[in-house]
Design a protein around this ligand. Structure first.
Ligand SMILES: N[C@@H](CCC(=O)N[C@@H](CS)C(=O)NCC(=O)O)C(=O)O
Length: 248
């Protein structure tokens, strides 16, 4: 049995990717269960069954979740808080670990807002059924929320002189840096025009994105079939009509 079993929807990068990046970067022994054939105990059915029938005291509310021995851990930021020390992807001191978790929760807030741009009314409705509301929400997300969140992360890098302004927390790569790579990449996929405008204001984040992508294990992973491309079913979706900039 592998050290870790990751459970996430098999066709989208989604929130599962934040966990996958940490496992891949560390070269961890893990299985992506829902992407395995049903005959080998994989698939979405196996994932749903474990969510429903787990003997753990607290069941996950939603994927992603991670099984590690007898533990079943859900909530992306919580999973990464659990994995960070085990994978050597967070500094050892308490203050840094709290900072890492704080930043990861802020990333989670931002991810939810990015999702809600194309689903402002309800997750059970198609985008096309809430397009009018999306068209109202998108310009506010682009002009207010993207600069606010990304500006905050850029300033966090700027302040980390001890980490050479190249890590969000501490002096070495952490799971937060890996998640930031995914966040910036997702925004570039969903809002290419808006991001092209914003990127000059967030040079440290863009540099961080490049450095993370070049990490040897991650570069190999990103070029492999294990890496799922962003697509129109995930959290970051590209609808050109939502990607507006000021002079549109
Ligand atoms: N806050 C949770 C959100 C989990 C979540 O919303 N998962 C989505 C997929 S990315 C899901 O399957 N949601 C089902 C639902 O909300 O009913 C996390 O960060 O892990």
């Amino acid at each position: 049995m592998a050290d870790y079993e990751l459970y996430y929807w098999p066709t989208i990068p989604g929130r599962g990717e934040f966990v996958r990046l940490a496992l891949e970067d560390a070269g961890a022994d893990y299985v992506d269960v829902a992407r395995q054939p049903e005959a080998q105990g994989g698939g979405v059915k196996a994932m749903m069954k474990l969510m429903r029938d787990t003997e753990c005291p607290v069941a996950p509310f939603a994927p992603p979740f991670l099984r590690a021995g007898s533990l079943l851990v859900a909530q992306t930021a919580n999973i990464l808080q659990f994995l960070g020390p085990r994978l050597g992807l967070v500094p050892e001191d308490e203050a840094s670990r709290l900072s890492a978790h704080q930043l990861q929760l802020t990333i989670a807030d931002f991810v939810s807002e990015a999702h809600d741009v194309h689903h402002p009314i309800g997750v059970s409705l198609y985008y096309e059924d809430q397009r009018a509301e999306s068209l109202r929400r998108a310009p506010l997300f682009i002009t207010e929320r993207m600069p606010k969140f990304l500006g905050y992360f850029e300033r966090t890098l700027e302040r980390n002189e001890g980490g050479g302004r190249s890590h969000l927390v501490g002096a070495a790569v952490s799971y937060v840096d890996l998640s930031m790579f995914q966040l910036v990449s997702g925004l570039q996929y969903a809002f290419p025009r808006a991001m092209a405008r914003l990127e000059e204001k967030i040079p440290l984040l863009v540099e961080l994105q490049g450095r993370v992508a070049a990490r040897p294990r991650l570069a190999a992973y990103l070029a492999s079939p294990r890496r799922l491309a962003f697509n129109q079913h995930g959290i970051f979706r590209h609808y050109p009509e939502l990607d507006t900039v000021e002079d549109d």
